[in-house]
Design a protein around this ligand. Structure first.
Ligand code: NAP
Length: 479
């Protein structure tokens, strides 16, 4: 019997995706560079569905129905190129190669263009949800050609997470769009976790609330508009007591956060697009600072705190923190979605923000009640230029902004770092400002580099003769 799909790369993600396809009724041909993983999968889960064991890529390809669908789930980077190079000579025109790993979208664009020249489809697919999601239903963000989606989409939709019965899988756009959307999803995930961390730090060190008591607070918050997977698991992590010491587990974990790179990629890409994702950037930098443990140890002895004794915290401080957390989280989503809009223009992708928000409602790490509202904000009518301008959200944030300001100023006065709470508030204020000091920046740039400036209310480009008689002349536009 010919298999409907082939999966090569059977580490945790590939094995679980292969099982998901088999459990959904597809016949799955499986392959791994070293055959041990193939046999381990068959031994442990071979009875879950219909698998075809293969030992080589040749065998894998020849076991597939046409057009062939080969899903690669190997380590991102050079291994993906190596597998593609081995696969291409074995495939026929119209076959589909799928990369469901965390590849950089630029690599996906390059690979798609190269395979298209050979008459093959290359589909970069963003998959979120970790191990469990891969097995039980991930959020899936496929790119590649529209035509390839017709042959592949129904299978991906079948194995994806469902929200109210709707699959969390849709074609998002051509070439690297799927991996780009997944990258930004991960950037938002970084910010989401950082704002939770900032709330935890404030409740602990400003309000003196112990982790186990905070667990109950986060559980309560999970019944509000903050309801999300990350808030839910925060309550569980904070409630966990270390069996070795009897202390809260969070107190015995080294406070240095790791990263695999997708947050960093988001920020690098945002810098290239000129997209102000300050919340995401601050969360990547916060992980960087947490990892500078040597410097942090020295700083404790040499850097003065200069903090204030506030006496009493603002009344209802816990509720203030909840509102600041929600507002900052909202800004991170707004910034991520704004970055997607910039990328759509730059890379010529027709990204639909309502559909993208809908994909993130189940299966993925940032799934949250908020995403349903975000989807509705972009669904139908004229899309808001920024998520924060959607009436639902401008109202919510207007209610939260006094608490947000109180929390940020309390944190600053107590010396508690809140990089995302504070930068998100600055972004919000920056957006609202009638005039920004960028005018002075332009004046300075014109002074030292003759970079010219534009004037309010007068067409043209101007330069002041700073080292001459300081008169203004019309200049050639250098923008
Ligand atoms: P992984 O540890 O990233 O990669 C291990 C797999 O890659 C093994 O099957 C290995 O084969 C294969 N491999 C490595 N180099 C190879 C080469 N040169 N040629 C052929 N095969 C090679 O596996 P993973 O954690 O399952 O992740 C797979 C992909 O999914 C990655 O891109 C990852 O970033 C992404 N992802 C992971 C998660 C997660 O939660 N782990 C979530 C979403 C996405 P051998 O067994 O022969 O060594």
């Amino acid at each position: 019997m010919l298999a409907n799909i082939g999966v090569t790369g059977l580490a945790v993600m590939g094995a679980n995706l292969a099982r998901n396809f088999a459990r959904s009724g597809y016949t799955v041909a499986i392959h791994n560079r070293s055959v041990e993983k193939t046999d381990a999968l068959l031994e442990a889960h071979g009875d879950e569905g219909s698998f075809v064991r293969t030992e080589s890529l040749e065998q894998l390809v020849s076991s597939l129905e046409k057009p062939r669908r080969v899903l690669i789930m190997v380590k991102a980077g050079a291994p993906v190129d190596s597998v593609i190079d081995q696969l291409v000579p074995l495939l026929d025109e119209g076959d589909i190669v799928i990369d469901a790993g965390n590849s950089h979208f630029d690599d996906t664009r390059r690979r798609e263009a190269s395979l298209a020249e050979k008459g093959l489809h290359f589909v970069g697919v963003g998959v979120s949800g970790g191990e469990e999601g891969a097995l039980l239903g991930p959020s899936i963000m496929p790119g590649g050609s529209r035509e390839s989606y017709d042959a592949l989409g129904p299978m991906l939709e079948k194995i994806s997470a469902k929200y109210d019965g709707e699959p969390c899988c849709r074609w998002v756009g051509t070439d690297g769009a799927g991996h780009f959307v997944k990258m930004v999803h991960n950037g938002i995930e970084y910010a989401d976790m950082q704002v939770i961390g900032e709330a935890f730090d404030l409740l602990r060190h400003a309000a003196g609330i112990e982790p186990c008591e905070q667990a109950a607070i986060f559980e309560e918050w999970n019944r509000t508009e903050l309801s999300s997977y990350l808030i839910e698991i925060t309550a569980e992590v904070l409630a966990q007591v270390d069996s070795k010491t009897g202390k809260p587990l969070v107190d015995v974990i080294v406070d240095s956060a790791g990263q695999k790179g997708t947050g960093r990629w988001t920020v690098i890409s945002a810098l290239e697009l000129g997209s102000p994702v300050s919340g995401i950037a601050e969360s990547v930098f916060a992980r960087g600072l947490s990892s500078q443990r040597d410097q942090r140890a020295v700083a404790q002895g040499v850097l003065a705190a200069g903090t204030e004794d506030l006496g009493q915290l603002p009344a209802d401080f816990v509720e203030d923190v909840r509102q600041a957390l929600f507002a900052s989280k909202l800004v991170s989503y707004a910034q991520g979605l704004d970055m997607l809009s910039s990328a759509a223009g730059h890379y010529n992708w027709d990204l639909k923000l309502d559909e993208i928000a809908s994909l993130w409602r189940a299966g993925c790490i940032i799934r949250a009640r908020l995403l349903d509202e975000i989807m509705k904000a972009y669904d139908g009518g004229e899309a808001p230029k920024n998520l924060l301008f959607a009436p639902t959200f401008s109202r919510v944030i207007a209610d939260a902004v006094p608490a947000w300001r109180r929390v940020v100023s309390t944190a600053v006065r107590l010396g508690i770092p809140v990089p995302v709470f504070a930068s998100s508030l600055s972004y919000y204020d920056g957006l609202r400002r009638d005039r920004l000091p960028a005018a002075l920046t332009q004046g300075l740039r014109d002074y030292f580099g003759a970079h010219t400036y534009q004037r309010v209310g007068i067409e043209g480009t101007f330069h002041t003769l700073w080292s001459g008689d300081k008169t203004e002349i019309e200049a050639v536009d250098t923008h």
